[in-house]
Design a protein around this ligand. Structure first.
Ligand SMILES: *[C@@H]1O[C@H](CO)[C@@H](O)[C@H](O)[C@H]1NC(C)=O
Ligand SMILES: *[C@@H]1O[C@H](CO)[C@@H](O)[C@H](O)[C@H]1NC(C)=O
Ligand SMILES: *[C@@H]1O[C@H](CO)[C@@H](O)[C@H](O)[C@H]1NC(C)=O
Length: 585
């Protein structure tokens, strides 16, 4: 399977990075060094002041010490409350979907991946695709009411699609994009075609769990129906990959009445529960034979992220009945607050750092802190707010936005942290294009002290140099995580400022990623308004980014948060009360 499609593909490169080369830092922001007050400068200052006042008036910027008007501090919000559909903006998102889909349909219908600049499709197997793009996108089409597109996609699936491909497919990606996509569209339409496909796929994957520990192998050969070890890391399993199959396999058991899928993924959770975890946080690698964690990085970015997301969502999926997940989630969020949350050294933005293992025998020095944050981490803000209004609420009725009295003390803590993390992710859009980079580093207090006024922001793109070939970290690949959090925050607060932010991000995507001839492409350097593009339109652009943007402007009654959980690929699955014994481990 082509590595470039994998969410967690960059771990090797990331793992190799450490230390911060201050000289390598490219600072895109201009530094004001002028000292003399010329009439021209006074005039420009006056214009700037007026502009700031106008921006503030229209809630396009915030001035913290002036923003005390809301009635429900200290649970922060700022904008005016709104609700209902914003038809014009919603329809603009639908138009973007059509612009993407029609190009794919014309150039590459049925291919797993799409390269919009060269107008080509490609497949993970030389024998043909498994419907990766079509299945990942089909529930978005359905929700958007695109009947013709939907009917053609369904026809393709019913007449031309098969999983019988003798090739190794990534367990995690296939589950979240393909199994999740099929189950979601099955739920929405009740069309048995999708359930048959989902069952066929899961049956082909089941042998991945035949390991000494029960942890799944990282690949499945769908044609041969067998589990396959990761060729680069034999015997190792990525933690997030093993713990982000549960919503999908459990729901499949629920609708088929066949417990086998559920039993397999629940076993994985019981292994995690029993294994020793530093501060209830999980290192990113496990051993498939022993079921134990390896001495490896602890982070909320790649290979760690959706473990935490699915702890909360497993609890929500089964209608808040399985308390083991609530306990694991609570403990993990305590660990996040104790060990991973850090403040930006210049402006005090909240970020989540990573812990790198030192392999020291001294338990006090087992990890060092790295102030690196993946775009992937931006799911966490919305997830924490969702946790605050459910796990962290005193009763089932939380208002919109929640009032202080409705939340427990950890609920209030998580709400505030979630809010702050979203602000940080929004701040990383403060680039030349308004798009956020794949990875940012934050200055340490020592660096800020050493460099003085040259540092104007909390974060930077490591290794970026003006005029040089852009570093990997500088790209925006149409990722959804920031808009996902913004959508969740909007649904839980009704604060129209989130709609404004989402719209602004969408406009940047329109301006810099949209291809005239059709489709959207990744941008290689978010700090260059003439950046080269990459010849790739990721499937998550259609399944996640556009779906969350669409729902941000759609009426709240569409996919209400108390009736659905989104899998980590934005496929909505319904909340249900399980008709089997509750998890007990
Ligand atoms: C990819 O697979 C699809 C579906 O099997 C097929 O229609 C298409 O021709 C394949 N594309 C390439 C480039 O091999
Ligand atoms: C929740 O709200 C309903 C209707 O508004 C009300 O009848 C009920 O008492 C509330 N429950 C709690 C626990 O506050
Ligand atoms: C969830 O549980 C509540 C009672 O605790 C029940 O009223 C509700 O119908 C359940 N929801 C679903 C979808 O099963």
């Amino acid at each position: 399977m082509e590595e470039s499609a994998l969410r967690h593909r960059r771990a090797e490169e990331e793992d190799a990075m450490n230390g911060i080369q201050v000289d390598d830092v490219y600072r895109p922001r201009k530094h004001l060094k002028g000292k003399i007050l010329t009439p021209r400068r006074i005039f420009l200052g006056f214009v700037a002041l007026i502009s700031v006042a106008l921006l503030y008036q229209y809630e396009l910027i915030r001035i913290p010490f002036l923003s005390s008007t809301s009635t429900w501090r200290p649970l922060p919000t700022r904008g005016k409350s709104t609700s209902g559909v914003d038809t014009e903006k919603r329809d603009a998102i639908v138009a973007a979907f059509k612009h993407s889909w029609s190009a794919y349909e014309k150039d590459a219908m049925g291919a797993d991946e799409y390269h919009p600049i060269t107008h080509r499709g490609s497949n993970f197997s030389s024998r043909g695709g498994i419907g990766y793009m079509v299945i990942d996108a089909i529930d978005t089409m359905y929700l958007m009411g695109l009947k013709d597109e939907y009917n053609r996609a369904r026809d393709w699936l019913s007449s031309r699609h098969t999983f019988d491909r003798d090739e190794n497919f990534n367990t995690f990606e296939t589950t979240i994009r393909v199994l999740g996509g099929l189950l979601s569209i099955f739920h929405l339409t009740k069309d048995n075609l999708y359930l048959e496909k989902a069952t066929d796929l899961a049956d082909r994957m089941l042998p991945i769990f035949d390991t000494p520990s029960g942890l799944p192998l990282s690949m499945a050969n769908l044609g041969l129906q067998k589990g396959v070890d990761d060729p680069y890391r034999a015997g190792l399993v990525s933690t997030a990959e093993a713990t982000t199959l549960q919503l999908e396999f459990r729901y499949l058991s629920h609708v088929t009445g066949n417990d086998i899928y559920w039993d397999k993924v629940e076993k994985v959770m019981s292994i995690i529960k029993k294994s020793e975890k530093p501060w209830n946080l999980v290192p990113i690698y496990m051993n498939a034979n022993t079921g134990l964690f390896l001495d490896s990085e602890i982070r909320l970015g790649s290979r760690g992220d959706s473990y935490y997301e699915y702890l909360l969502k497993q609890y929500l999926q089964t209608n808040q009945t399985e308390h083991v997940y609530r306990e694991m989630y609570d403990a993990a969020m305590q660990g996040v607050h104790d060990k991973l949350l850090v403040k930006g050294a210049k402006n005090g933005l909240t970020l989540t750092a990573e812990l790198l293992p030192t392999h020291s025998r001294d338990p006090q020095n087992k990890y060092t802190l790295s102030r690196k944050q993946d775009h992937l981490v931006c799911f966490l803000g919305g997830s924490l707010m969702l946790g605050a209004t459910t796990v962290g609420s005193r009763n089932p009725n939380v208002s919109r936005p929640p009032r202080e009295s409705q939340l427990t003390s950890t609920g209030k803590r998580d709400w505030k942290t979630g809010y702050e993390l979203i602000e940080t992710c929004v701040d990383t859009h403060n680039t030349a294009t308004g798009l956020s980079p794949e990875i940012v580093y934050f200055y340490s207090p020592e660096e800020v002290q050493r460099q003085g006024d040259e540092v104007t922001a909390d974060w930077y793109i490591k290794g970026a140099r003006r005029g040089a070939w852009p570093v990997y970290d500088a790209r925006y690949i149409l990722r959804p995580e920031t808009v996902e959090s913004i959508f969740l925050a909007y649904r839980m607060t009704g604060d129209m400022r989130y709609r404004k932010i989402g719209w602004k991000i969408f406009k940047s995507i329109e301006k810099y990623c949209r291809l005239e001839e059709g489709g959207y492409a990744s941008v290689l350097n978010v700090d260059d308004t003439h950046s080269q593009k990459d010849d790739k339109m990721e499937t998550f652009w259609l399944s996640e980014t556009l779906k969350y943007l669409y729902l941000l402007f759609e009426d709240e009654s569409v996919i209400p948060l108390d009736e659905y959980v989104f899998n980590t690929e934005a496929h909505p699955l319904p909340v249900f009360t399980p008709n089997r014994p509750l998890a007990n481990f």
